[in-house]
Design a protein around this ligand. Structure first.
Ligand code: ACO
Length: 323
């Protein structure tokens, strides 16, 4: 039984815009191809000296400015990222020191594009278990730093950004209504970036930048996410009509359309950040939530079904009642 709820949200994206027209000058692609296959028009790219902890901190500052909350007494920081600036110290440790939070735990969560939902679920578990009462949950990425800008099959997709939420104890009106997660590790070979090993299950890997078999991921996601969403609804004892907004990971708008065609949630109640942010991995879900708040679509009391999926392959979904 959950005893926590989200009490604030903030986001940040870097100033530099990378448009489809810019990409046309870099690789053999076209605005028409990118829009038709992905629905993307722009993405934001971090400056050379801007790393993931810098983006994470800006998102927290935005949250503090918007909601007037304090984070100095947070007792845990969880950062979901697959693009940390160091293997260690963790990004969460950098966030702790830069924000000057004196006494807090700090831990990174690596579940690629599902990372934000995983971190939210972990934070909910820690609070509901009674040991913690205020947790900073951040999804932040600088995918541009691991993208090969000579590879047209990946470089048109990814962008940088960060989103932060505050999760606080609330026994009387908890906001995390149901959660599920799963893994298909056999599919790990379809999306990776090497670190210490250059082989996976006996297969040689390409080292350096992010490597993706887009077609396989597309097929896997469209085949499996609709059933995952049904399973989550069942677990929460809810029907699609009980859900105001579906927020899948913003990987590709065409893929999301195909998921909605097969799934219980309709496209007209789906929120994304894909068109002007690209695929920002662990940041995409909080970015979509923030855009919907700013547009006046997402309102207090709405039921929202978050569903992250990505490299691993990993997936995680939670139904939340918006603060
Ligand atoms: N511009 C122009 N042509 C291109 C481009 C491009 N940017 N990229 C690929 N092409 C070409 C290919 O070379 C191919 O040409 P060919 O037929 O002459 O061989 C043709 O377009 C079709 O290529 P496909 O790969 O079959 O295109 P598809 O429709 O599958 O779209 C895409 C590719 C956009 C990558 C799609 O497969 C996709 O989005 N997959 C999912 C990716 C994803 O979600 N990744 C992340 C999930 S997890 C995470 O977020 C980290």
């Amino acid at each position: 039984q959950s005893k926590s709820k989200i009490t604030a949200i903030g986001t940040y994206v870097p100033d530099r815009v990378l448009s489809n027209a810019d990409l046309e000058k870099m690789v053999d692609t076209s605005d028409e191809w990118i829009v038709q296959r992905t629905g993307m028009r722009e993405r934001r790219i971090a400056a050379e000296d801007q790393f993931v902890s810098d983006l994470a901190i800006k998102a927290v500052e935005d949250m503090v400015n918007r909601y007037g909350v304090t984070v100095k007494d947070a007792d845990m920081i969880l950062v979901a990222t697959s693009t940390p600036e160091y293997s260690f110290p963790s990004t969460a440790s950098r966030v702790q020191s830069k924000l000057g939070i004196v006494s807090t735990g700090a831990l990174d969560v690596n579940a690629a594009c599902a990372g934000f939902v995983y971190a939210l679920q972990m934070a909910d578990g820690l609070i509901s278990g009674g040991a913690y009462s205020k947790i900073l949950v951040i999804g932040a990425e600088t995918l541009s730093k691991i993208t090969d800008y000579t590879d047209r099959t990946t470089c048109v997709l990814f962008g940088d950004g960060a989103g932060a939420v505050l999760l606080e104890a609330d026994e009387s009106r908890p906001g995390i209504l149901a959660s599920t997660s799963g893994t298909f590790g056999e599919g790990g070979i379809h999306l990776y970036k090497t670190a210490l090993s250059e082989k996976m299950d006996g297969e040689e890997l390409k080292s350096g930048c992010l490597v993706q078999n887009g077609r396989e991921i597309y097929k896997w996601a469209v085949r499996n996410i609709p059933d995952g969403v049904r399973e989550l609804l069942d677990k929460g004892g809810m029907s699609p009509e009980d859900i105001d907004w579906f927020v899948p990971h913003s990987a590709n708008l065409r893929m999301i359309e195909a998921i909605c065609e097969r799934g219980p949630m309709p496209l007209d109640r789906t929120l994304t950040s894909v068109e002007y942010r690209g695929n920002t991995s662990a940041a995409s879900i909080p970015l979509a939530l923030q855009l919907a708040i700013d547009e006046g679509r997402l309102k207090s009391g709405d039921n929202v079904l978050l569903y992250g999926f990505g490299g691993g392959m990993t997936y995680a979904g939670s139904i939340i009642r918006w603060m």
